[in-house]
Design a protein around this ligand. Structure first.
Ligand code: DQA
Length: 152
């Protein structure tokens, strides 16, 4: 496969395909496609490639992370509930050795205690949470800095 070295891969885990109708008081009223459209536009302005992947299945997420070795420069991931207990996703992120930005719409540390632990954070370069859909936009900006060498 042809490597697109500047490509930023945005991965969303379980139930994030339900954004818009899923607990809008917590996650906002934008659909995932609307968020992705905005990210595509922002990435265009910043002159970086962006691709999107969503799955409700842990194995499919692991498969896509592994495939990122060939095509992604940075991974932005909102692993949904898998954030809190998936050793498999943690291991996959460490295995590929690509900079990872963890994203959450909500502030997971203000919510139920079972959301306070992240299996993604120890495998991530950094994280952005609590800013709704803006968390993803901020992550795109951070990814651009990583690609351009603005962050060591
Ligand atoms: C979430 C927070 C998780 O705890 C939850 O399971 C989600 C969404 C967020 O974006 O705020 O599915 O990752």
């Amino acid at each position: 496969m042809k490597a697109m070295k500047d490509m930023v891969l945005v991965i969303n885990g379980p139930n994030l395909n339900m954004l818009g109708q899923r607990e809008p008081g917590i996650y906002g009223d934008r659909k995932l496609e609307d968020i992705n459209d905005e990210l595509r536009e922002l990435a265009g302005e910043l002159n970086i490639e962006v691709e999107f992947f969503q799955s409700n299945h842990e194995g499919a997420l692991v498969d896509r992370i592994q495939a990122a070795i060939d095509d992604a420069a940075v991974i932005i991931i909102n692993a949904g509930a898998f954030t809190h207990y998936s050793i498999a996703i943690h291991d996959a992120l460490r295995a590929v050795n690509i900079p990872v930005i963890e994203v959450h719409l909500s502030n997971i540390y203000q919510r139920e205690e079972f959301r306070h632990n992240s299996m993604i954070s120890p495998a991530a370069r950094g994280g952005i949470f609590g800013f709704g859909f803006l968390s993803y936009k901020l992550a795109i900006l951070a990814a651009r800095e990583i690609i351009n060498g603005g962050i060591d």
